[in-house]
Design a protein around this ligand. Sequence first.
Ligand code: ATP
Ligand code: MG
Length: 504
Amino acid sequence: MDDVCIDIVKLTKVFANLKQKAIDNLSVQIKRGRMVGVIGADGAGKTTLLRLICGLLKADAGRINVLEKNPLVDKTQLMQKIGYMPQKFGLYEDLTVLENLKFFAALKNVAEKFDFLPLLRFADLDKFQNRLAGKLSGGMKQKLGLICAMLGVPELIVLDEPSVGVDPVSRQELMKMVKQSVQAHTTVLWSTAYMDEAMAFDEVIVLDKGKVIFQGKPLDLGKDAVEFEEKIVSLMGGAHIRPSVLARNYPIFNLDAKYGVEAIDLSKKYGGFWAVENNSFQIKKGEIFGLLGPNGAGKSTSFKMMCGLAKPTSGTAKIMGIDIIKFPEKARAHLGYMSQKFSLYPNLSVIENLRFFAGAYGMQGKVADKAIKRMCAIFGFRKFLNVNAYELPLGYKQRLAFACAVMHEPPVLFLDEPTSGVDVLTRKEFWNHLNALSKIGVTILITTHFMDEAEYCHRISLFYQGKAIAIGSPVELKKRANAATLNEAFINLVHGSEGVGNVD
Ligand SMILES: Nc1ncnc2c1ncn2[C@@H]1O[C@H](COP(=O)(O)OP(=O)(O)OP(=O)(O)O)[C@@H](O)[C@H]1O
Ligand SMILES: [Mg+2]
């Protein structure tokens, strides 16, 4: 059994408030030294399985062995050998980047003289070592969490969706780094919703409804990400996507504004650091406008200023022609905002969150009930109604946050990485909704790190180091960067403007 890293026999885990078993009589064996991808739709059981392996949950039935130990009984001993990065990595927000690394290094008994610089450089955080972790962008936090989990040469590395929110350039580097730093006997378990990523694993495990429905080489699932994707959909019973009904009955907007959204010389300075510098653009009514760019480029900061949640250092934004600084309440009444960081109330259930947001938008009685019912039907919340928001699978958290942003039917939507961590099917479903809304005149500003999604935007502003380095349609950007794909255009344009702006 020397070569077996994880041995699971007939494992079952039930959560009282969920209608189906999270893990259902699951058996699987994972050999040492393999890099294994765990793939599955939202709610398939990925996180539960990884948490059982790390001894953070107790199974209801079955047997589980990790590095020849029982993860519940030998937890302390095992934790020295496992590098675990949960979906929401517990960074210390009031410690700096370097202090966080030192803290996790001490936990893992890493030598005091350890040189953190190569890791910091890899994560592009060397320039920001002394910044508080709480003040990093979403993707920067994710990268810091990852390098903390890699400390101390663990025998098993368990990464729960490590690439969520990481930009396309860094995503490639991340995979490379994990591959390089693992030694021959190190096993890696990496859960993901990105099919193109899955191709790089030695082996993939596909989960569906708490069961393993495929284990083998990624090539056996298809020759590329698309074929792969189709095979998985068919393995899951060929789920199909219904056309969006979200735009049905949406009110007609008679606001006499030239643009849906306008940013006018928006700037934000933190200390001596320009997070956003002189950003201007106009978005036509009904346009889907993508804000793209590497982690830390200033996308979320721009969103927050345009929604009236952060005060610009200079400049302003208009929502349906209404100035967000002069008339914040009136402007905000016309927008729905989905923040990058989970914006729901974690200790309220799905239905309680929906009721809370309906109230916040001034909906009452039958109007509120009707809106809530519609959201439940459209997004499939029925089986989760009484589950607390923080316990939801990531994809359902995102759906709930989206539902809470659109339930009052605003003419302008700000969506900050709405599809990060969402499975392929749900991503398609999201875009069905967005296209339907755009067709009836809803203006949509969206950020994403998925380049296939960026293709669906009418226009894109590519952001880097606080500045717009290119604006245009996907076709125009590719032409300008002399690139065949948007991914390539992204990389070329960013590399071409290295060093344009902000350093601490
Ligand atoms: N309160 C703050 N104090 C200091 N710096 C901040 C603060 N908030 C954000 N920043 C910095 O501003 C920069 C832009 O952050 P922002 O969150 O806008 O990036 P982003 O483009 O959304 O990145 P990501 O793709 O990772 O979400 C980052 O360098 C971040 O560390
Ligand atoms: Mg962001």
